[in-house]
Design a protein around this ligand. Structure first.
Ligand SMILES: [Zn+2]
Ligand SMILES: [Zn+2]
Length: 148
């Protein structure tokens, strides 16, 4: 075992779901579990290639989609229609720049957010609705892009 709890959690899930762990897959999981920068599939691909030059972008993309379907990474869509990946699945929001696509983590208070849902949204839905997952995206201009 190692000292990265996200990596261990993902590896455990992979094993439980019966997926094999190829060296490339392990490397992709390592990269995404350590990354704080919300990389795109191409960013991850460029890193994996340093160790496994034969890896294809499609393999990287498929692995990231598989991890997203297991809820072990979050997919974030920018206005540029590119998909970025977040290995940090703890509750937080994202501020996404509409111009350069930069993604910044935004802290969210879980209690406030649940109360907001209960009071403002739940009444409009089926009353048995149970939230299992949610995300908050803010779109705008980052400090660098707002200048010009
Ligand atoms: Zn920007
Ligand atoms: Zn994030």
């Amino acid at each position: 075992m190692n000292s990265n709890p996200r990596l261990n959690a993902i590896l455990l899930k992979i094993k439980k779901m019966g997926y094999s762990l190829t060296p490339q897959r392990l490397e992709i999981i390592k990269i995404i579990s350590e990354s704080k920068s919300h990389p795109s599939a191409t960013d991850v691909y460029n890193k994996v290639k340093e160790l496994y030059p034969m890896v294809s972008l499609n393999t990287v993309y498929k692995n990231l989609s598989m991890l997203a379907s297991l809820h072990e990474v979050k997919e974030i869509k920018t206005m540029q229609d590119s998909v970025h990946y977040d290995g940090d699945i703890s509750l937080h929001g994202h501020a996404i720049c509409e111009k350069c696509g930069k993604i910044i983590d935004v802290e969210i208070d879980e209690f406030d957010f649940k109360r907001f849902f209960e009071t403002k949204i739940k009444n409009k839905l089926n009353e048995n609705y149970r939230i299992r997952n949610y995300g908050v995206e803010f779109y705008g201009l980052c400090g660098g892009c707002d200048k010009d």
